[in-house]
Structures are given as C-alpha cells and as structure tokens.
Design a protein around this ligand. Structure first.
Ligand SMILES: Nc1ncnc2c1ncn2[C@@H]1O[C@H](COP(=O)(O)OP(=O)(O)OP(=O)(O)O)[C@@H](O)[C@H]1O
Length: 290
C-alpha cells in the first residue's frame, strides 16, 4: 500500500502541494488537474525523488526515501524520458537492470526479455533508439520503470503527444501492469483513464479536490448539463459562457452547456459525463448563470 500522510511541498512561502493524505492500493489510479496543479510534484514526492516540506510518503509503512531497497520497489517515468539515442532498447534495459541490481547475467536477460514483451518492443529491440517513434520511446520509458517488477509504477503524462493507436497501445501496457501492482498516472486526457481507473485524484492549485470513482466525479455536474437543438440563426446569435460542445446536423446545431439555469427555455437536462463533472469541479461553474 502506497500512503501519504500530511505530504506537502512548499517552495519558499508558496505551497506547490498543500499537505494531503492518500492510500493507494493495487490497481490503476488516475491523477487529473490543470497545468501547475501540483501533479508532477505529488508524483515525485511519492517516488521518493523530492524532499517533502511536510509529512511523508510510505510504501507498506516504510518511508519512500528510506534507502535503495524501498526505492527499487517504485518505478517512475518522468514526463520527458531521455536515454542515449545510439543505444538499442535491449541494451538500455540491460543497463537499467544492472543498475537496479537484478543479479547475474541470466536474471538480467530474462528480465529484459519479459519487459520487452510487456511493452511490445520485442521486434524493435535491436534498433538504435534514435530510429524509434515518440510512442516507442514512451513505451521504453515505461519498460525501464517496470524492470525488476516494482510494486508501484508512477507515470507522468504517458500519452501526451501520441496518436490514437499508440495511445491505446500504451493504455493497454499500463492496464496490464496494474493487474498486479499499483499504477498512478497523470494525464490531461480524460478518455485515457475513463475505462481503466477505478480511483481518480483531482488536484487544482496544489489542493486535492476529489478522490473517488468516475461516477462520483461526473456527479459534480449533476443537474447542470443542458442540451438543446439551436437553429442556425439562433446559433449565430448565441453568446454562451458554459458551452461544452456543438454538433451540426442537417436541421441545426445540437448544443451542450454547463450552468445552473437552462440556457434556453427548451433546453433539457442531460446525464453528465466524467469530463463535464471534472470541468464543473475545476472551474467552479456550479454557480454559473446564463
Ligand atoms: N523547483 C521549483 N521551484 C519553484 N516552484 C516550483 C518548482 N517546481 C514546481 N514549482 C511550482 O509548483 C507548482 C506545481 O507544479 P507541478 O509541475 O507539480 O504542476 P503539474 O500539475 O505537474 O503541471 P503540468 O500539468 O503543467 O505538468 C507550479 O506552480 C510550479 O510553478
């Protein structure tokens, strides 16, 4: 169990992360929040890479900064993963396995092979990394975190900048990893976590605003999502603050908006999505009037 007790980080007098408590068991956990919310700060604190200003993070009761043994049980993938471009994936993973003290040659080779398979890089394993796509580099980053079978894997924005196919591939790699361990991943793309995470954390301006399931997050927009069909004429005159989406049909524009009151007399309430709950929570739009 990965836990945080009053875990916080301050730079001079500003809290990048206000003290918070967490309990993260096995499975996939999603971390959401706008730019500068404190996601990377929390992840680096949980990985033992940053000195907290308050409290501590613990893995099974041992501080994550308590030496190499506990650190080897936590894999961390930064937002931007860098490696030597002239090395192949196999060479790089071998190097990481040795640095992690995985034992003799046979143990290293076995771990490298297993990891290449897990991240779907077996076919490209002997090509220099400079020939890899962005998605392949990301998968290699996850591979280096998985090597040595850590109990916890922390991944900062794994799918940023990837095409849809690669995004799905990466999601599957992480879902597989989460079957047997704790995986925490941060993202700005809600669809990345919608189907795979039972537990979501939402940070904003250094504060933990929400922890719970996707349906609980969606409920922040309960009775605040409205849908209606506007004519092209109405649409051209529409000035809405809380517009969520607009889809053109042959008859007009199907609109969806967030607000306390119906934006037009004939708008009807709609079931909120997780994304709409998130927007409602972050923007404090619960009280918006049209
Ligand atoms: N070394 C530092 N010195 C001073 N302030 C910092 C430092 N590192 C981070 N911060 C501040 O802490 C806050 C949280 O930053 P953090 O990188 O954790 O946010 P984030 O949610 O990961 O953002 P993004 O989504 O843009 O990656 C920001 O206001 C940032 O400016």
């Amino acid at each position: 169990m990965l836990t945080a007790e009053r875990l916080g980080k301050r730079y001079k007098s500003d809290w990048a992360l206000y003290p918070l408590n967490l309990r993260l068991g096995p499975g996939m956990h999603g971390l959401l929040g706008p730019n500068g919310a404190g996601k990377s700060t929390l992840m680096r604190l949980l990985a033992g890479l940053l000195q907290p200003s308050s409290g501590d993070a613990m893995l099974d009761g041992v501080s994550v900064r308590d030496g190499r043994k506990v650190r080897s049980r936590i894999g961390y993938v930064p937002q931007v993963f860098r490696m030597y471009p002239q090395l192949t994936a196999r060479e790089w993973l071998r190097h990481v396995a040795r640095v992690k003290g995985l034992g003799g040659r046979a143990a290293v080779e076995e771990a490298v092979e297993r990891t290449l398979q897990a991240v779907n890089l077996t076919k490209q394993a002997d090509r220099p990394a400079r020939t890899y796509s962005g998605g392949m580099i990301k998968r290699l980053g996850i591979g280096q975190a998985l090597i040595g079978s850590p109990d916890v894997v922390i991944v900062d924005e794994p799918t940023a900048g990837l095409d849809p196919e690669e995004r799905v591939r990466l999601r599957n790699v992480l879902a597989e990893a989460a079957l047997t361990r704790t995986v925490l991943l941060s993202t700005h793309v809600l669809s990345d976590i919608q189907s795979s995470c039972r537990n979501l954390l939402v940070l904003s301006e250094g504060r933990l605003l929400y922890q719970g399931g996707p349906s609980g997050l969606a409920s922040f927009a309960d009775r605040r999502v409205w849908t209606w069909e506007a004519s092209h004429f109405e649409w051209s005159r529409l000035r809405l603050d809380g517009l969520l989406s607009a889809r053109e049909t042959s008859d007009g524009i199907i609109c969806r908006a967030l607000g306390a009151q119906p934006p037009t007399p004939y708008a009807v309430q709609a079931e909120p999505t997780m994304e709409e709950g998130y927007i409602s929570l972050i923007s404090g739009r619960q009280a918006v009037d049209f």
